[in-house]
Design a protein around this ligand. Structure first.
Ligand code: ADP
Ligand code: ASP
Ligand code: MG
Length: 423
């Protein structure tokens, strides 16, 4: 029998009415003759609410306890979805990540899936039941503690289950009709992308387009799983994220697929680093030991005669305080003057495989940002992406300007935001 894995995000299960609607959808799939496995997220913004609660109790809660707390959100929705399905006369069994066999590394808050052993899911399916799995969580292979996969991680749970169960498709249900050329919440004229290559989707996700979790796209690429991103509020077709998007004959690939933005990063500047061999290595080794992911790095030329330079880098805001503390410890040894911290920044990225063969894309991108009166603070590029850091309050203007410059605006508004708060 064909098997479908579906994922429903927080906005799709935000309240009792939404859960009942989702249950109908799941049952419809079952009635159509499929085996169905569902990964669910916590209701609405409840993960954020749990985080706020933790912060009120302890400013830096231990990762183990935070994960224990956060995984409760997905357990609430899995049980409610299973009950709602039961109420429609179909059998559903809910499973925590650990029960579903999601085995991870032990890094709390950002654990990676090592293996999926879905014995109990198979059993449930063989008994004719629908399996509902709590997303975003697993159990550490070493410590046996409960872990979470990072914000947005239910997408990854779904794709990992699809791979382990050899599913025919993985559907990601959310509050917009698919992947658009920009976030429809800030660019209402964004266009739906019917098909996008895994490579481009990977860049979009890495650049903050939170429609898909980055590791879900990596997983889908590794295991060759096609993903269909669509709305749980409509019946419209969404976006297929495919291992290879065939170029239609005679049609040129668009130069740009989309504009992504990210407000979740902060910038640290290490001021007055002595300009000598090994200093940058010492700084970034310390950050690596603290398990901090660095994104962009800029090192200025040392000012004439000072023999000192500034090094700036961006990192997730959630790691900001840990990074500052780690760097302060090596201030004397490295001999830098001071540290500057700014979390009011945003990153705007232009993504498109077509830019490989088109010169001048960078100039047009910078022109459009200048035209919007926005100052660029940092720049980084890859083969199919250009990113800039700007002030946080200028992100929307920069995204809109780049979107228009590359003719991505739809003639008629097609982007609908059905739910969610965008938090
Ligand atoms: P879910 O709760 O379903 O996981 P998320 O909030 O994590 O939903 O992701 C969906 C949101 O992603 C959309 O509501 C939209 O605001 C945002 N988004 C960002 N970039 C894009 C994009 N390029 N296309 C579509 N949505 C995007
Ligand atoms: N509930 C988690 C979050 O808000 C995981 C998810 O929604 O995918 O990040
Ligand atoms: Mg999400």
């Amino acid at each position: 029998m064909a098997l479908i894995v579906q994922k429903y995000g927080g906005s799709s299960v935000a309240d009792a009415a939404a859960i009942k609607r989702v249950a109908q959808r799941i049952v419809a799939q079952k009635k159509a003759g499929y085996d169905v496995v569902v990964a669910v997220s916590a209701m609405g913004d409840s993960t954020d609410e749990l985080l706020d609660l933790a912060e009120q109790v302890a400013p830096l809660p231990p990762g183990r306890e935070l994960d224990m707390l956060l995984t409760s959100g997905e357990r609430i929705s899995m049980a409610l979805v299973a009950m709602a399905i039961g109420n429609l006369g179909y059998e559903a069994r809910s499973f925590t990540g650990s029960q579903a066999g999601v085995i991870t590394t032990s890094l709390h808050g950002n654990a990676k899936i090592i293996d999926v052993t879905p014995g109990r899911i198979r059993e449930a399916l063989d008994d004719g039941a629908i399996a509902i799995v709590a997303g975003f969580q697993g159990v550490s292979q070493d410590s046996k503690d409960i872990t979470t996969l990072g914000r947005g991680g239910t997408d990854t749970t779904a794709v990992a289950l699809a791979a382990a169960l050899d599913a025919d498709a993985c559907e990601i249900y959310t509050d917009v009709d698919g992947v658009f050329t920009a976030d429809p919440r800030i660019v209402p004229t964004a266009r739906r992308i019917p098909e996008i290559s895994n490579e481009e989707m990977l860049e979009m996700a890495a650049c903050g387009a939170k429609i898909l979790h980055l590791r879900c796209v990596e997983y889908a690429r590794r295991y060759n799983i096609p993903i269909h991103v669509r709305s749980s509020f409509s019946q419209k077709p969404g976006t297929w994220v495919l291992p290879h998007v065939e170029e239609s004959e005679g049609m040129e690939q668009p130069i740009i697929s989309g504009v992504a933005h990210d407000r979740s990063e902060a910038k640290i500047t290490v001021v007055g680093v002595p300009d000598q061999v090994g200093e940058a290595a010492a700084i970034f080794r310390t950050l690596a030991e603290a398990e901090i992911n660095i994104d962009m790095i800029v090192q200025n030329v040392s000012a004439a005669g000072t023999a000192r330079t500034d090094i700036s880098f961006t990192l997730p805001t959630s790691h900001g305080q840990i990074a500052l503390a780690a760097l302060k410890k090596i201030q004397e040894q490295v001999g830098f003057t001071s540290l500057l911290y700014n979390d009011r920044i945003g990153k705007v990225s232009l993504v498109g495989a077509g830019m490989r063969s088109y010169p001048g894309v960078t100039a047009r991108f910078f022109d459009s940002i200048a035209g919007a009166g926005v100052n660029i603070e940092m720049i980084s590029t890859s083969e199919i992406r250009i990113s800039v850091v700007v002030a946080e309050e200028e992100v929307d203007a920069a995204v809109g300007a780049a979107h228009t410059e590359f003719q991505l605006d739809a003639d008629q508004v097609e982007a609908v935001v059905y739910g969610g708060t965008g938090r």
